[in-house]
Design a binder for this molecule. Structure first.
Ligand code: ADP
Ligand code: MG
Length: 384
């Protein structure tokens, strides 16, 4: 849905033009999975799919929320009554951002919001972060808070962790807030230092496909929390603040120290090798060896499947089929247990790969996947 439509629908809903319209994208993660809550490295880029919000500031303590994508009318809340985990609906995401801003001492006294999003929900493409970041950016502008992008991302993460109650890392919100067109974002989640890495696959005759398996994951369910707790246990057993602190060349020694803690061994091995894969991909891209990232992506999938154990039959089928039909590399992306996979392929092979995946899904009796090409797009911005 276009920004003008969102603006018009706001006017129809609330009886006046909005003060402005903002957008924030979903993201796909090229490499660096489940490293963000281990203080490690990630490398997402923004999708062309965005959440768009028309917003007007209010000074009477009322927060009115409406989404074109959800059944039901306008939800009206009072900003001084917002409380963590009090809301199990979609409105918890935008309300959580208002709560987090107020908690941090910013004088946000209400808003009228109408939004619509083209980011598929629950597909591992971070529709939730798009929703949070678009609200945060709008309020930052309307209330002239002067917060920087990384600060908005932190507040959005707090909204999702504490208000919504989903224990996610900092990657998704930072990607939505900080990515730029034509680049992947190399982010150090420990200090939030960033580097924009040029990524123009089309210019080199390649494409990056996102294959949404249509299997819905549920982030706040126990599995994510269990992996996170296991990583924390590993760090504690090894006497480090976070698994980020285990150097790649010290991995074998660290694993030996963990002895027969089999599950922790697997989790630690994934995180440490995944950080190394991110750095490897950055080095390859910066030296122009773009095709060589394919096998690194594929190795990342094997690690998520075998060590971290968060893949599922549909994701494995995308990866195996894509590789068997000529893709340069493929892996699941996002939190796991469903959602999407990414496939790096020569432009000339895209059709063959796509058809092979579709046929394999049909043969396996799985719901047909949705495939689209992902081009590194702009981060959050004010549209009008
Ligand atoms: P993901 O971020 O991977 O898409 P999440 O489970 O983290 O999946 O977030 C999805 C949730 O975000 C939805 O269930 C809904 O509550 C909320 N959401 C996302 N987009 C919209 C939208 N356009 N309108 C209302 N709620 C939305
Ligand atoms: Mg999410």
């Amino acid at each position: 849905m276009g920004a003008q439509q969102v603006r018009d629908d706001f006017a129809g809903l609330y009886g006046a033009e909005p003060e402005g319209v903002w957008s924030a994208p979903g993201r796909v993660n090229l490499i660096g999975e489940h490293t963000d809550y281990n203080d490690g490295f990630v490398m997402p880029f923004a999708l062309p799919h965005v959440a768009t919000a028309a917003v007007t500031r209010r000074d009477d303590g009322v927060l009115r929320l409406h989404s074109a994508d959800v059944e039901g009318g306008v939800v009206e809340l009072r900003v001084d009554a917002l409380a963590p985990e009090s809301d199990r609906n979609w409105t918890a995401y935008p309300a959580g951002v208002v709560w987090a801003l107020r908690e941090a001492g910013h004088p946000v006294t209400g808003a009228d919001v109408h939004l619509a999003s083209t980011v598929p929900t629950g597909a591992g493409l971070s529709s939730s972060a798009a929703l949070e970041v678009v609200i945060a950016l709008a309020l930052n502008d309307l209330y002239e808070l002067g917060l920087q992008r990384w600060q908005l991302a932190r507040l959005c993460q707090r909204a999702e962790n504490v208000y919504v109650g989903a224990p996610t890392g900092i990657m998704d919100q930072t990607a939505s807030a900080c990515c730029t067109r034509g680049h992947a974002l190399f982010l150090d989640t420990r200090d939030l230092s960033q580097r924009q890495i040029p990524l123009d696959l089309a210019a080199e005759g390649m494409r990056l496909l996102v294959v949404d398996t249509q299997v819905k994951h549920a982030h706040s369910d126990g599995e994510y929390g269990k992996r996170r707790a296991g990583c924390e246990k590993g760090a504690a057993l090894l006497g480090v603040d976070a698994l980020r602190d285990i150097p790649y060349d010290g991995l074998d020694a660290a694993l030996a120290r963990l002895g027969d803690e089999d599950e922790v061994v697997r989790l630690v091995r994934h995180v440490v090798t995944e950080d190394q894969r991110v750095e490897h991909v950055v080095a390859l891209l910066e030296s122009g060896e773009t095709r060589a990232i394919g096998p690194v992506l594929t190795a990342g999938h094997a690690s998520l499947r075998d060590d971290f154990r968060i893949s599922c039959p549909e994701l494995d089928l995308v990866v195996d089929t894509a590789l068997a039909s000529g893709a340069l590399g493929a892996r699941m992306t996002g939190g796991g247990f469903g959602g999407s996979a990414i496939v790096l392929a020569e432009a000339a092979d895209v059709e063959t790969v796509t058809k092979a995946v579709e046929s394999a899904f049909a043969a396996a009796g799985f719901t047909a996947p949705r495939t689209f090409e992902a081009v590194p797009s702009a981060g959050a911005l004010r549209v009008s």
